[in-house]
Ligand binder design. Structure first.
Ligand code: ACO
Length: 336
């Protein structure tokens, strides 16, 4: 590594999911489907969704408090907040600004959102790595929070079965011991296939000009195209991530993939030739929580004893854009 680039330490990771559980059987009240159909094609049995006025800011705030608690970094020492969100309750003020206010961060630090859909946390980590590496900021709070349950079309059985709500957060800082927790990290996109997953913001032209087409504000997804794209692109990409880390796939302890579809997770597992113990999957209970799914899987994996810290993990995600990203990380003791 270039000696002038400061190394990054992951100091704390946290998550939060809403209490309300919606099972596959519950969904049969909305449309013609079955637990068997959903589980066989996706690996999902149930998902958590927000209820009442609860939203991504509430979830993100709790995840951030958990991550900060683990990090031993004080709120007043945070230099920057980056939120990765594709389903915030408001476009502005940004989710990051609302987290800054909710945490009562006293300083006028920068806080902003970035959209890379389900790849959001890995994208945010790359941005934070640049900020810390250059010495611009030292302690950065990353929050990945979405409540897609408000944006899916609950009449579209091909899409609404997949999503759940949740938030994850990560506190990253300059590694003063000189040991970088990022062994490799890469992010990619292909805007030419943006139509695979999209969500419009509705609006009307000024009444003095010709009207524009009316659009809805719901998630549209060509599930089969997404599936094909991911299983053909991600396996080679994760090979690259592994190669760039300087480790072999065997030497990496865990795969913590974006939880989008159990069959996609299995495609990555088979490329890496990993046993079930090395692959973290909790999609059965949470569905696809978008950018939050990787940190939720990480922290929950540690809490359930599936992940032992003092290890390494390959993280890999993809989402609307299309975007994708992967990282090989060192998971130090005590981070969650
Ligand atoms: N229950 C019963 N039948 C259903 C359901 C359902 N919930 N949904 C669709 N069907 C039917 C369809 O109507 C269709 O019937 P037909 O053949 O009579 O027309 C049939 O099942 C097959 O439909 P497909 O959409 O082709 O089903 P597929 O096998 O592709 O599974 C799924 C759909 C599960 C969505 C799959 O394509 C998938 O998981 N794709 C990946 C999606 C993904 O990973 N998205 C990530 C999003 S990340 C982000 O950034 C938002």
């Amino acid at each position: 590594m270039n000696k002038n680039v400061k190394p990054l330490r992951i100091a704390g990771v946290g998550y939060c999911v809403p209490d309300t559980v919606i099972t596959n059987d519950d969904l049969t009240k909305l449309y013609d489907t079955s637990d068997e159909w959903i589980f066989t094609r996706t690996g999902i049995k149930e998902r958590r969704i927000v209820s009442g006025n609860e939203n991504a800011v509430d979830l993100g705030l709790k995840a951030a408090q958990n991550a900060l608690g683990k990090s031993n970094i004080k709120v007043e020492d945070i230099d920057c907040v980056i939120a990765a969100s594709s389903a915030p309750p408001q476009l502005y003020p940004s989710l990051a600004c609302q987290i800054q206010a909710g945490l009562d961060i006293p300083n006028h630090i920068p806080a902003f959102d970035m959209t890379a859909a389900c790849s959001g946390l890995i994208y945010a980590l790359q941005v934070a790595r640049g900020f810390i590496g250059s010495g611009l900021y030292k302690n950065i709070l990353l929050v990945a929070a979405d409540n897609n349950s408000r944006l899916v079309d609950w009449e579209d059985r091909g899409t609404s079965i997949l999503f759940g709500d949740g938030a994850g957060a990560m506190v990253v800082t300059e590694a003063e011991d000189g040991i970088d927790d990022i062994l490799s990290l890469d992010i990619k996109s292909d805007g030419k296939i943006g139509q695979y997953i999209y969500m419009n913001l509705p609006g009307k032209n000024c009444p003095l000009v010709e009207p524009c087409d009316e659009v809805d504000a719901k998630i549209h997804m060509a599930g089969r195209d997404v599936y094909k794209f991911v299983v053909t692109t991600l396996p080679d990409f994760i090979d690259e991530c592994v190669k760039n880390s300087g480790l072999t796939a065997e030497e990496i302890d865990y795969l913590i993939p974006h939880q989008a579809n159990q069959r996609i997770i299995e495609a990555m597992q088979s490329r890496l030739k990993y046993s079930d113990e090395k692959v973290i999957s909790n999609i059965k209970y949470y569905g696809n929580t978008s950018a939050a799914s990787i940190p939720i899987a990480l922290v929950e994996g540690v809490q359930k004893g599936k992940i032992k810290l003092g290890s390494t993990a390959l993280l890999c995600g993809f989402g609307a854009g299309m975007t994708w990203g992967g990282a090989v990380l060192r998971l130090r003791e005590g981070i969650c």
